[in-house]
Design a binder for this molecule. Sequence first.
Ligand SMILES: Cc1cc2nc3c(=O)[nH]c(=O)nc-3n(C[C@H](O)[C@H](O)[C@H](O)COP(=O)(O)O)c2cc1C
Length: 222
Amino acid sequence: MKVLAINGSFRKQGNTDIINEKVLEGARSRGAETASVFVDDLHINSCQGCLECRQDGICRQEDGLMEIVKKIEEADAIVVGSPIYGNYMTGQLKILLDRLMGVISRITYVPGGGIKSITRLDPKKRNIGCILTAGAPTPECADDALKLLRRMLGSLTNGGFMEEIIAVGINAKGAILFPKEEWEQVAKKYGVPDTAAYAEKAMDRDREVLVRAFDLGCRLVG
Ligand SMILES: Cc1cc2nc3c(=O)[nH]c(=O)nc-3n(C[C@H](O)[C@H](O)[C@H](O)COP(=O)(O)O)c2cc1C
């Protein structure tokens, strides 16, 4: 069982990376083979809008795209992570999704109206985890990013499940693992009166995210 994590963040050991890794740790605990890629390392150009991929599933640009398409096709489960940037996913991940659109799926019209996206890849069942990280205190900032992830990646599931974890309130690099003293510094900066209570709450919240991430990894494989 192969599990692939795709990260739209630019920060190695950043919050998305740490949570993605926790998901992979869960998957490995169930015997999966795991791999992780940062979209920024793939050297993928922007979509040029020719729409040719919609006809035959082939992109005319010669860059790192097909390398990741191959990994996606081979994967039995996928984790897609991104920080929220401007209430959306990062530009880097959006570029990848634009490029994947006609390559991994094709649109067919449903009799009576509507359209349906059908995979061009091996139609095996794949469970998918979406990890979104945000500085905002509440998860609504991830709504729009999730909408696209669900629409785009749905064609890869073939009966598998898709589940998300939205980790909020984490801004600094690695904040998801901050100890009490660092959270107290954050609280001080924000002018929070009870810095200890703020720190405890943040740590409880983050621990819960990491527990959920590990559990998701186990279930992606299960
Ligand atoms: C350019 C930029 C834009 C951001 N926009 C938002 C935003 O709209 N909402 C939000 O909650 N957090 C925003 N953030 C905060 C990141 O989502 C947060 O720092 C996240 O934990 C970064 O994840 P990483 O460590 O994996 O890179 C932004 C950060 C940057 C650098």
